[in-house]
Design a protein around this ligand. Structure first.
Ligand code: 5GP
Ligand code: MN
Length: 329
């Protein structure tokens, strides 16, 4: 399929995170170096702490430049979907991509991929899609084509999807890949600073407010949650990505095995983020109660119900999981 030069479109999911951008740009760097004509697209803008990434200037945002994206969709022979597995996560870009005749290839690590793909490279046990991109290049016999730029993108995806190596990273293979990325010249400490030590003052104060004023700990259920109205976010002049790790602080409380963040978006949708410790799975909960999905310990959803109704749904489900939430290991 990739033996001759192709017109290729790479797309990742809405609300893009470090792995969405890292895997898309690493694949972009590789396929471009192989001589293909490649476009890369996300549905809505990514947070500013990812803008340093190599090839980032190639990234098209459907919400901002639909015409350029539609042209790339029209001319693509191959379509790579990275870091998501259901076309619904393309938001408003879903319909044009559905009607494209390009062969659809999935590279991802979420459970239950859609039937919409002709080829699925999907491993749910792997830390990140970026790690799978490394394996994809390696398995294609092209490991030596992994430049420092491509290595930086892969590293950024692994570091963000494992919460700086704190979950989904109990595999020797991940560290072997990381060692090879360092051999290719990446500066891990510098990348860490670019991603994590780059908060705006407003973002830091929103985090402080969320923990101090909005965190609700439900000791009886080993659960905690934070909910934020649009008005509260506006008070802290929120930017894309400012809410990203708030939920993890709720989970950091000892004895809390399930944490949730709910916040209102400008389009009226309520964003749900769920996190858990150990063997308590949140992806099933995200799917069943909020029409979302994700991984065992990190899942999310977009709720069309109001903020208070969404929180009420969460509070209602807790008694059903009381025993499981007590015995997490
Ligand atoms: P986050 O809470 O950081 O937005 O997302 C955590 C995980 O859940 C990510 O792996 C993400 O891909 C997945 N996720 C987030 N939102 C949705 C959603 O609306 N639908 C599905 N299927 N998965 C989601
Ligand atoms: Mn991922």
């Amino acid at each position: 399929m990739l033996r001759q030069p192709r017109k290729i479109l790479i797309a990742s999911h809405m609300n893009p995170d470090g792995d969405a951008i890292g895997s898309a740009l690493a694949l972009y760097g590789y396929l471009t170096a192989k001589g293909h004509t490649v476009s890369v697209m996300i549905p809505d803008p990514d947070p500013s702490f990812l803008w340093w990434m190599p090839f980032h200037d190639k990234l098209m945002v459907y919400q901002r430049e639909a015409d350029r994206c539609l042209e790339a969709i029209r001319s693509a022979e191959l379509f790579f979907a990275v870091d998501f597995n259901t076309l619904g996560r393309l938001s408003t870009a879903e319909e044009p991509l559905r009607s494209s005749s390009a062969t659809r290839i999935l590279i991802d690590h979420h459970t239950l991929p859609d039937a919409a793909f002709s080829l699925k490279i999907s491993y749910e046990d792997i830390s990140s899609t970026s790690e799978i991109i490394y394996d994809f290049i390696d398995a294609s016999g092209d490991r030596e084509m992994i430049s420092r730029e491509i290595a930086e993108c892969i590293y950024a995806g692994i570091v963000t999807d494992t919460g700086s190596f704190s979950y989904s990273c109990n595999h020797v293979r991940t560290y072997e890949i990381l060692a090879d990325l360092f051999r290719r010249g990446i500066d891990g400490e510098h990348i860490h600073r670019l991603i994590y030590d780059n908060y705006s003052e407003h973002r830091m104060r929103l985090l402080g407010y969320s923990i101090n004023e909005k965190l609700v700990v439900l000791g009886e259920f080993h659960a905690a949650y934070i909910s934020l109205t649009l008005g509260e976010l506006e008070r802290f002049r929120h930017q894309v990505g400012d809410t990203e790790d708030i939920v993890n602080f709720a989970l950091s409380v000892g004895g809390v095995n399930l944490a949730a963040l709910f916040y209102e978006r400008e389009d009226g949708i309520v964003k749900v983020s769920l996190r858990s410790k150990g063997n308590f799975a949140v992806n099933g909960i995200a799917r069943e109660y909020f029409n979302g999905g994700g991984h065992v310990n990190a899942a999310g959803a977009n709720s069309t119900r109001s903020l208070s109704e969404t929180v009420a749904t969460f509070l209602d489900l807790l008694p059903r999981y009381r025993d499981q939430l007590k015995d997490v290991y």
